[in-house]
Design a binder for this molecule. Structure first.
Ligand code: SF4
Length: 597
C-alpha cells in the first residue's frame, strides 16, 4: 500500500534537505517573513544596513590642484596586479611643500570672504578694519618670508591610502621628515612641549611630534589633508555629552548660542565654525567637527537616511550662521562677522548618547589637500596673489571714519594710563614706543619672584606687557611674525601683579574673565586687545626692534623688549570696570540674512 503524501510521517521522512530547490525556496520565504516582522517591530537588519558603507560619504573629492612632481611615483604590475608605487622621497617632498604652503598662503575662498566683510554695508567699522588687516597680512605672508601667524601650529595629517598604493611601509616616518624639514628650514615657530616628568616640560626645538593618521581605502590613489593647527584655535574644540532632550530645533539653537558665545574671540575670528550633532563615539564627533571646519566634508549628502550615513543640514547651517551674527562679538571687536560660515554635520549615535562637538578654523585657515596617483603628486592650489582681494580704497576710508587715538608709550606709566583713561571701551588706539613681551612661562617666573619676596622686575612696572611669542626671525629683518597670544591664560596672574605695581597695561587677544575687569577697576589697569591673526603684518609694519632681556632659556617664551610704531589695538577693559565684550553681548543685534557663501 502506498503511504499518503500528506501524512505527518511522509513529510518527516521525505522533507527536502538543504540544497534542494524546495528547501532553498522555503528558506528564503522564511527569511523574508522574518525581515518583514523585524521591520514592523523596528528591528530591521536588511542587507543595506549590514553591508559596509562610509559614515562620512564625500560625494566629490576633487579640488583645484597643481602637479608637484612625478618623481618617486611609478606604476608597477598590470591587470589585477597593477599598483602605484610611491617612494619615501615623494611623501617627504609632499609633506614639506604642504606645510610651506599653508604657512604662507590661504585658499581663495577664504580671502573672498574677508573681502566680502570689507564691502558689506552691514559690517561694523571694526569688522572692516580687522578684515582688511587680515587681507593685508595675507599679502605680506605671500612674500614667503614671514608666516601669516606667529603660531605656526601643530602639524596634523589625515590620509587615506588606497589598497593599490605600494610604499616601503614607513609612510609616517617619511611624512614626518618632510614636516620637520619645513619647520626647521622656514621661519616657523617651535611650539611643541615635551614632558620630561609629570610636571616638567621642555620645548622639543623641532615642532615635532606631528600627528599623522592614515587609514585604508580602496583604489590606487593616496589622499591627504594637511593642517597646521594653532594652539588658540585647537583650544576652541569642545565636546558636550548631551541627551535626546535637545534634539529639537529651538532647544538646539538655545544650547548652541550659549556654547558659541563661550568660544569668545581668543581664537582670532572670523571663524569657520563646525557643529557636529551625534557620533558613534565622542572622539569621532570631535574629529568630524575638525574635518568639517576645514571644508573637508563639504560634499557630504544633505539629507539623512535610515542606515546612519552622516550628512550636512544646510537649513540649520544658515540658522546657526544667523545666530552667530547676533552675538555681537563680530570680527574680534564688535559687529556682525564672528563667523565666515557654519557647517553642521549630523551623525548616527548610540541611543543613550548624544555627543555634540564644536570646532573652529581660525583666521590662519591653514589646510591643504593633496593626492598621489599614477600621474604624480598633486597639491591643492592656494592663492599666491592675495593682493587682488584688497579693495583699492585700502585702509584710508576706515581710518577717516574712525581715526585711532595715538598713545605715546615713551611717557611714564601713570601718564600712559591717564591718556588711556580718556578712551571709552571699543576705542581704537595706535601705540608708539616700548613694550615688554612676556607670556606663560615668564609669568610663572615672575610669580616665583613675588613669592620669594623679590617684587616684579622694573620693566614689568614701567611698560605695557604684550602676551606674545615670535616665530623665527628671517635674515635681515627686525623680527619674525609676532602676533598676540590668548590673554585668558594670564588671567590668574593679573590681580597679584597689579597689586605689586606691574601689568597695568596689557596687550593680547581675546576676551578675559571678570577677575581681570575687577582688578583693572581696583588698580587703574587696562587691557588692550590687539587683532589676532595678522602677525606677519605687525612684524612688517609695526615692530622696529626686538631684544631678549630676561630668561633667554625660555626660547620664544623669553622676555623681549620691542619698539613699536603705530601698533594697532582696541581698549577692551578700562580702569572704570567696563569690559567691551560684556557690553557687546548685552546689545541685541538684528541683521538681515546674508546670502550663503
Ligand atoms: S590666527 Fe590666532 S588662533 Fe589662529 S593660529 Fe594664529 S594666533 Fe592662533
Amino acid at each position: 500500500m502506498t503511504e499518503p503524501t500528506d501524512s505527518p510521517e511522509y513529510r518527516r521522512t521525505h522533507a527536502p534537505g538543504p540544497g534542494s530547490p524546495e528547501y532553498e525556496a522555503m528558506d528564503s520565504l522564511a527569511k523574508l517573513f522574518e525581515r518583514q516582522v523585524d521591520e514592523l517591530r523596528g528591528n530591521a537588519t536588511s542587507d543595506s544596513t549590514t553591508k559596509y558603507f562610509d559614515i562620512l560619504p564625500r560625494r566629490d573629492a576633487s579640488f583645484p590642484h597643481r602637479l608637484l612632481t612625478t618623481e618617486g611615483v611609478s606604476v608597477i604590475g598590470d591587470g589585477t596586479n597593477r599598483a602605484v608605487e610611491v617612494s619615501g622621497a615623494a611623501l617627504e617632498a609632499l609633506a614639506y611643500e604642504a606645510f610651506k604652503e599653508v604657512n604662507y598662503f590661504l585658499r581663495p575662498a577664504h580671502l573672498a570672504q574677508l573681502r566680502h566683510i570689507v564691502e558689506d554695508p552691514e559690517s561694523s567699522g571694526n569688522d572692516r578694519y580687522v578684515a582688511l588687516d587680515l587681507l593685508k597680512n595675507a599679502n605680506v605672508a605671500s612674500g614667503g618670508v614671514l608666516p601669516m601667524c606667529q603660531d605656526t601650529g601643530t602639524a596634523l595629517v589625515h590620509a587615506k591610502r588606497g589598497h593599490r598604493i605600494v610604499t616601503d611601509g614607513d609612510d609616517r616616518a617619511h611624512l614626518w621628515a618632510g614636516i620637520a624639514r619645513a619647520y626647521r628650514d622656514l621661519n616657523l615657530r617651535y611650539s611643541q612641549m615635551a614632558a620630561t616628568t609629570l610636571w616638567d616640560e621642555v620645548n622639543t626645538k623641532s615642532n615635532m611630534p606631528a600627528e599623522i593618521d592614515i587609514s585604508m581605502a580602496k583604489g590606487d590613489s593616496y589622499e591627504f589633508l594637511f593642517m597646521a593647527k594653532g594652539g588658540g584655535s585647537a583650544n576652541k574644540s569642545f565636546l558636550y555629552q548631551e541627551t535626546r532632550a535637545i534634539l529639537d530645533e529651538s532647544r538646539m539653537l538655545d544650547f548652541l548660542r550659549e556654547k558659541i558665545e563661550s568660544i569668545g574671540t581668543a581664537a582670532c575670528p572670523p571663524y569657520h565654525l563646525a557643529v557636529v550633532i551625534g557620533g558613534t563615539s565622542a572622539d569621532f564627533a570631535l574629529k568630524t567637527a575638525k574635518l568639517a571646519s576645514t571644508k573637508y566634508l563639504d560634499t557630504l549628502p544633505t539629507e539623512g537616511n535610515s542606515h546612519g550615513a552622516g550628512f550636512r543640514d544646510l537649513d540649520f547651517e544658515q540658522k546657526v550662521f544667523e545666530l552667530t551674527q547676533t552675538i555681537g562679538f563680530g570680527a574680534q571687536f564688535g559687529g556682525k562677522y564672528f563667523c565666515h560660515d557654519v557647517r553642521v554635520v549630523r551623525l548616527p549615535r548610540h541611543g543613550a548618547s548624544l555627543p555634540v562637538a564644536i570646532a573652529v578654523s581660525c583666521s590662519a585657515d591653514r589646510q591643504i589637500l593633496a593626492t598621489i596617483n599614477a600621474d604624480g603628486v598633486f597639491i591643492e592650489e592656494l592663492e599666491h596673489e592675495p593682493a587682488r582681494f584688497i579693495p583699492e580704497t585700502g585702509l584710508a576710508s576706515i581710518d577717516e571714519a574712525s581715526p585711532a587715538h595715538p598713545i605715546n608709550l615713551a611717557l611714564p606709566m601713570d601718564e600712559i594710563r591717564a591718556e588711556l583713561s580718556q578712551c571709552s571701551v571699543g576705542t581704537r588706539v595706535s601705540l608708539t614706543g616700548t613694550i615688554i613681551v612676556a607670556r606663560d612661562s615668564a609669568h610663572a617666573k615672575w610669580r616665583e619672584r613675588l613669592e620669594r619676596g623679590e617684587g616684579l622686575p622694573d620693566y614689568a612696572k614701567n611698560h605695557p606687557i604684550y602676551y606674545a611669542g615670535p616665530a623665527k626671525t628671517p635674515d635681515g629683518m627686525a623680527t619674525g611674525s609676532f602676533g598676540p597670544t590668548t590673554a585668558g591664560r594670564m588671567d590668574s596672574y593679573v590681580e597679584q601683579f597689579q597689586a605689586a605695581g606691574g601689568s597695568h597695561v596689557m596687550l593680547a587677544k581675546g576676551n578675559r574673565s571678570s577677575v581681570v575687569t575687577k582688578s583693572c577697576h581696583a588698580h587703574g589697569g587696562f587691557y588692550l586687545g590687539t587683532i589676532g591673526g595678522p602677525a606677519a603684518l605687525l612684524a612688517h609694519d609695526n615692530i622696529t626692534s626686538v631684544e631678549v632681556i630676561d630668561y633667554p632659556e625660555l626660547g620664544m617664551e623669553a622676555v623681549h623688549r620691542i619698539e613699536v610704531v603705530d601698533f594697532p589695538a582696541f581698549v577692551v577693559i578700562d580702569d572704570k570696570g567696563n569690559d567691551f565684550f560684556t557690553e557687546a553681548t548685552k546689545k541685541p543685534i538684528t541683521l538681515r540674512t546674508r546670502p550663503s557663501v
